[in-house]
Design a protein around this ligand. Structure first.
Ligand code: SOE
Length: 391
């Protein structure tokens, strides 16, 4: 039996459930060098956290996350709470000698993210590691896209087109949630889902964004207070609350290698539920991905004769593809939850090898700087060239 890794998870809503599933499933399908134990689940309400622990498979519960810092049976703290709590929890856990996995975006501000990255660097000196959960990197088709770019199959990257489209608050009657409060979430569609496409495009291309020009909009400024919560959204009740974040973000960017990029993140794309669409055009080829068809990667090989060239639909379910060998026979696809399982696999593997897992807190900080630059650009508005709309 490999040595154990005691996990303490904070939060048991949508992300807490996804992480719980991953911790439980990873050692059942992958040969892991450490055996994760679902040691303790943390939630503020004793009854609700006890129920959740039963459902999700945790051995014990706490109602104060600080208890994790004192417990010897906790080696790693997994943070699945709103962004306003990330910095305090992550820094305290690292200082207590616990490894940390923290949900994205890393923090609500660049200052918090800087403090977290600094704490992670200090902790790394004694072998304590921190990772930020940009889970979609672990979708096999995305990891394969990165391989194709790294192998030179796209040549020099010229264009990056990225969208993250959801519609769960397109209806003005959809209720308030912490994701719509700046104090709790930091930003809106920008940080919640725009952060993913910033990370993914940088991950696939192996390049970083050097600058942006942006527009942000809040379409619905007041919403009913929630009567009940769902995994996303819920049912509206009495009274109204103010939306203090962006509903949508649109921005242009330039990558270190010179590629031009467009980004769109919105929760108002009616009919699009979780469409992460990325297209990359290079001098030698192109690729295109849509999470709503997540087992597929489209690849255009510019070296093929024009008469037969065309986008090839690659079903990324072969044992040769990243992560896939541990799962089902070819053609028996994977789903949303597998990215979280692969995240656990990569994290545990890095911890056992004494290596820095990726994306690190420094990577999370860099994404945070992009988000802040988008907000600055949108607020400044000087790059937005007005056009007369009257005769
Ligand atoms: C809500 O937009 C959300 O749950 C994000 O917070 C997650 O990061 C994404 O995976 C799914 O959508």
């Amino acid at each position: 039996m490999p040595p154990t890794l005691g996990v303490g998870l904070i939060g048991h809503a949508f992300m807490g459930a996804a992480h719980s599933h991953a911790w439980r499933t990873a050692p059942r399908f992958f040969d892991l060098p450490l055996a994760p134990e679902l040691t303790v689940l943390v939630g503020r309400d004793a009854t609700r956290v006890a129920e959740a622990a039963g459902t999700l498979g945790w051995s014990s519960t706490e109602t104060d996350w600080r208890r994790l810092l004192e417990r010897d049976d906790v080696d790693l703290v997994d943070i699945c709470t709103p962004g306003d709590t990330h910095a305090e929890m992550a820094i305290a856990a690292l200082e207590a000698g616990k490894h940390v996995l923290c949900e994205k975006p890393l923090a609500n501000t660049v200052a918090e993210a800087e403090a977290m990255a600094a704490a992670a660097e200090r902790a790394a000196a004694s072998g304590v590691r921190a990772m930020v959960g940009f889970t979609y990197r672990r979708v096999p088709a995305i990891a394969f896209a990165r391989q194709l770019v790294a192998d030179g199959r796209l040549g020099e990257i010229r264009h990056v087109r990225a969208q993250y489209l959801q519609d769960w608050i397109a209806d003005p009657a959809a209720p308030m949630s912490w994701r719509l409060e700046k104090d709790r979430a930091g930003s809106g569609a920008l940080g919640d889902i725009g952060a993913h496409i910033v990370d993914l495009t940088q991950f696939i291309t192996g390049q970083l964004l050097t600058g942006v020009s942006a527009l942000l909009e809040t379409f619905v400024k007041k919403r009913p207070l929630p009567a009940s919560h769902g995994k996303l959204g819920g049912v509206g009740g009495e009274g109204m609350g103010e939306v203090t974040v962006d509903d949508a973000a649109v921005f242009l960017g330039r990558f270190t290698g010179g590629a031009l990029a467009t980004f769109e993140a919105t929760r108002f794309a009616l009919g699009r539920k979780n469409a992460i669409r990325i297209e990359v055009n290079g001098s030698a080829g192109s690729l295109a991905f849509d999470f709503e068809d997540m087992n597929v990667l489209h690849f255009y090989d510019g070296a093929e004769p024009a008469s037969t060239a065309g986008f090839r639909r690659i079903v990324v379910t072969e044992p040769e593809h990243p992560y896939v060998g541990a799962w089902w026979p070819a053609g028996h696809g994977l789903g949303y939850e597998h990215g979280f399982t692969h995240q656990v696999v990569d994290l545990v593997t890095a911890l056992a090898a004494g290596e820095q897992p990726t994306p690190s807190f420094a990577d999370g900080l860099q994404v945070q700087r992009v988000l802040a630059a988008v907000e600055r650009s949108a607020a400044d508005n000087s790059a937005f060239t007005e056009i007369r709309t009257t005769a």
